[in-house]
Design a protein around this ligand. Sequence first.
Ligand code: URA
Length: 243
Amino acid sequence: MERLQKVIAQAGMASRRKAEQLISEGKVKVNGKVVTELGMKVAASDKVEVGGIPVERERKVYYLFYKPRGVISAVSDDKNRKVVTDYFPFVEQRIFPVGRLDYDTSGLLVLTNDGEFSNLLTHPRYQIDKTYVARLNGIPQRHLLKRLADGIQLEDGKTAPAKVKELSADKRKQRALIEITIHEGRNRQVRRMFEAIGFEVQKLKRERYAFLNLNGLNAGEFRELTAHEVKQLRTLAETGSLR
Ligand code: URA
């Protein structure tokens, strides 16, 4: 049995607060009857509707996926390009990616059918660290990397402080591998940060998402997150730490 507002929030139809408001306003029905009581608990077999729309109650699932390059972080594409959910043909739940990676970016992506969990992890208020490795078309000097670490002005505002580390530099080929950890999730943020110091990102891979990594997976493979990992991700998003 779960509380009514939680069931609505978990289906991704509203935040928990908004769900409470909808209940108080008489917009929610359980088994055909309007319910305005906030604490009411409902069973999996109870039919819940919000504004006449049935609330889906499928089992919540959570996956860690190694997205290959050349795949869209979406559940469908009008140009028929490959999308991340094509890699999950036997998963019957309607999963979707939590946030997104660019078409050309590979790496760690979480997928779920839990709307509340997804909102929690992608909300700008909650700051999940994301670590990327970028291959650049040159070798940036230290002071330029420091500018990225301190925060750099982009067209949509200054970026928050980041952790930046040179992993390797090849003088002959004039290219470098740089590891960068950010917690914001702006559109093409890592690529634009490097552009702002005069470099092009030739390859980009997300190696870590919070405490999760890609160990044991090849591109195109996935595994289920453990219940413990899901719980830890929630705690991290809600409190900023694992304690
Ligand atoms: N930053 C980017 O530029 N691209 C991504 O896919 C993710 C972060």
